[in-house]
Unconditional design. Structure first.
Length: 389
């Protein structure tokens, strides 16, 4: 039996600029999450932060000072975009080991433009990429994922229209989400007519960086039953795998585009004693639609290489049989640095907890969230969540 549950959360509307200074924005999110559970900051005895470019090292120590709390368990997670799921699993383990009772997970960041405006600070360098990849013409994520999309096209015949369909379905879901940064109706032609950023990727296939913050509270399950506003969500399974970091060394482009999701998912599903066919809803890290498609293949929904036709034939919104990123994902909400995957995670939590009123009358019991970090699907984490009846 699970001993920890997600009790409350806060995911505000992200911004392309920032109407608040960074720490005001982050603290506002944290306090809202605490307030929803009818607690005070002093009741929090565990704090996990997700690496922030703006906050710098030891974000957890800084934030504890500002919140006025004295945690007995504290971490700053630095697994790039895979960090949200890693943070959630650490919170579960710490509570079940009785190292803390109430653990707050906080993530947030600023766009690079806003970072310079607020502090004149430049984004931190990643030494191994600066020395071994950028020098040879890489432009980081856009060019790396363009190579992945091109390879998927060459190996499996995946077309631009197939990738665009992911964007279209997620934008359709975003129409019902007032928090989404981008809510305009979007068709396949709109995606394909947007400018090329790095061939074959179009502008509307590329996640927009944003400024914002998000937070989750995980507590002992006995207390969670008393303080949760909505239904409880338990963390049942977790898997992580790093298949290299640099594009030159990643297993992804050497093994037919099998990402670390495959191994991480096997571990997570086995731990949770769940088959992929039993999963009701998916929150899949969506920096680019090709990342969503590869993750869905590697989760085991379809055989490798068959995701393109499957996406065209299936509705990924709440009206479909396999709902994916049902609040619009990061492609519609924006990406707040390494905490970007909190969007996908909270989308699943809200459905399982029955906290949203646009669920098409469906009852979701099991959800899977993935988080993806590094230049090219380098670090992958998979979490299995369940609604507690």
């Amino acid at each position: 039996m699970a001993l920890a549950a997600i009790t409350s959360w806060e995911l505000s509307k992200f911004e392309r600029g920032a109407s608040l200074p960074f720490f005001d924005m982050v603290v506002t999110s944290a306090l809202q999450t605490i307030k929803k559970s009818k607690l005070t900051p002093r009741a929090i005895d565990g704090l996990i932060t997700i690496q922030s470019n703006f906050a710098g090292p030891a974000f957890n120590v800084t934030l504890a000072e500002i919140l006025g709390i004295h945690p007995s368990y504290s971490l700053d997670i630095t697994n790039y975009g895979a960090s949200p799921a890693v943070a959630l699993w650490h919170a579960k383990m710490a509570i079940e080991a009785k190292l803390a009772k109430r653990i707050l997970i906080v993530g947030g960041d600023l766009t690079y433009q806003e970072m310079r405006r607020q502090s004149q600070r430049r984004p931190p360098a990643i030494a191994i990429l600066d020395e071994f990849e950028l020098a040879y013409g890489s432009h980081m994520a856009n060019s790396d994922y363009a190579m992945i999309a091109q390879l998927h096209k060459k190996l499996y015949g995946t077309t631009d229209e197939m990738r665009a369909k992911v964007v279209v379905d997620q934008r359709k879901s975003a129409l019902q989400n007032e928090r989404a940064l981008f809510r305009e109706p979007t068709g396949i032609d709109d995606v394909l007519n947007s400018r090329i950023v790095s061939s074959p990727l179009h502008l509307l296939e590329c996640v927009a960086t944003a400024s914002g913050a998000s937070s989750l509270l995980v507590t002992e399950i006995s207390e969670a039953k008393e303080i949760a506003t909505y239904g409880l969500v338990t963390i049942e399974g977790f898997g992580y795998y790093q298949g290299g970091f640099t594009l030159a060394n990643t297993e992804l482009i050497q093994n037919g585009l099998v990402s670390g999701v495959a191994q991480a998912a096997r571990g997570a599903l086995e731990m949770a004693r769940v088959d992929i066919s039993e999963v009701d809803i998916f929150g899949v890290y969506d920096c680019y639609p090709i990342a969503v498609m590869i993750a869905l293949e590697d989760l085991g929904l379809v055989p490798k290489g068959e995701i393109g036709p499957w996406v065209l034939e299936n509705d990924l919104t709440l009206a479909g049989q396999v709902p994916v990123n049902t609040s619009g994902g990061q492609l519609s909400n924006g990406q707040i640095g390494d905490a970007g995957g909190m969007v996908n995670l909270i989308e699943v939590v809200e459905r399982l907890a029955k906290a949203q009123n646009f669920d098409e009358g469906r009852d979701f019991e099991v959800g899977v969230a993935t988080s993806n970090g590094g230049p090219a699907m380098s670090c992958e984490s998979v979490t299995v969540l369940k609604a507690m009846n």
